[in-house]
Write a protein of this length. Structure first.
Length: 325
């Protein structure tokens, strides 16, 4: 029986990871910042530990042999300092606490966005360089966080660090992708970018959880592994089918990606100059990543970890549709 500490367990990814290992019979503790998080974590069958990212003590990890780091600052808008504090400094502090507590395995949930500085990403694998100087705070800080995790691998002291990188995580419990699309459609704000023709890889939450499980069992310390649903899909086709699982039909409106990126380059500086509190209607990161192809290869995970998706896109969509009836 493993003894696991998870960050971000009150969220989509962390919650799914926690529920999986609880179901396996492992002892799971999870970082919790609020009473509401306590309740969500307890409902999963895990033990809440009151701490916050950047303030996890070695004592909080006592008895744990594994840390799975799912928490991150993923807000659409904010200063670089906020992203850096949570994503980089918070990760480094957790690594230090894990080492001090004698933890043996550290799995970090990364992202393809750590490679992104505004370009198309087509058929990329783990040899693709991290975007350490990305103009986008989320991408830059996730790149630096991953670099710190991989550098912390220390086989001499029995401390193995592995990164698992999904792309466009979806499935039951999603609190971001589908809810945001539905909200935009209902408010009349939804538009395709370049007609939704971009190609993308996706990762069902069950496939991500399987990737985490295999990374713990077979991952090589200091390495990163992409996990996906398999073949890329057209963004418009996938999102149309995803929205359709809850009976929502997406509008046929479209906007030019070049126009959207140009607008974001103008809007962001104005928002920052006048310190406008609500997030701008479009950010440079969203405008860029929504108008670029992003297709990922998961050959390395298949070869080294024996990874095979446990659910296909068609199966996942059918299950969501059935659950919403």
């Amino acid at each position: 029986m493993a003894r696991i500490f998870i960050t971000g367990a009150s969220g989509f990814v962390g919650g799914a990871v926690a529920a999986h290992f609880v179901a396996k019979g492992d002892e799971v503790k999870a970082m919790s910042r609020t009473p509401a998080s306590d309740g969500a974590i307890s409902a999963l069958g895990a033990e809440p530990v009151r701490a916050s990212l950047g303030g996890v003590e070695a004592a909080d990890l006592a008895g744990c042999d594994t840390v799975i780091h799912c928490a991150a600052y993923v807000e659409a808008w904010g200063p670089l300092s906020a992203y850096w504090r949570a994503n980089v400094e918070g990760t480094v502090q957790l690594l230090d606490a894990a080492k001090a507590a004698g933890v043996k395995h550290f799995v970090h949930i990364g992202t393809e966005a750590a490679l992104f500085f505004g370009q198309h990403m087509r058929d990329v694998d783990e040899t693709y360089p991290l975007a350490l100087n990305s103009p986008f705070p989320y991408s830059r800080t996730k790149a630096h966080a991953e670099a710190r995790v991989r550098a912390a691998n220390d086989p001499g002291h029995g401390f193995a660090t592995v990164v698992v990188r999904p792309r466009l995580v979806w499935g039951p419990g999603d609190k971001t992708v589908l809810p945001e699309v539905i909200a935009m459609e209902k408010s009349g704000r939804f538009m395709w970018v370049d007609g939704g023709k971009a190609m993308t890889s996706t990762t069902h939450i069950a496939n991500l959880v399987r990737g985490v499980e295999l990374a713990l069992a077979k991952g090589v310390g200091g390495e990163a592994y992409f996990v996906t649903d398999g073949a890329p899909v057209q963004f418009r086709d996938f999102m149309t089918r995803l929205a359709g699982t809850v009976g929502v039909e997406l509008a046929d409106k479209s906007v030019s990606g070049a126009l959207l990126r140009g607008a974001a380059r103008i809007i962001e500086p104005v928002w920052r100059l006048f310190r406008i509190k609500p997030a701008p209607p479009i950010t440079r990161f969203v405008a860029s990543i929504m108008s670029r192809d992003c297709t990922i290869r998961d050959d390395k995970a298949r070869r080294d970890l024996g990874y095979v998706p446990v659910i296909s896109v068609d199966e996942g969509l059918s299950a969501l549709a059935a659950a919403s009836r």
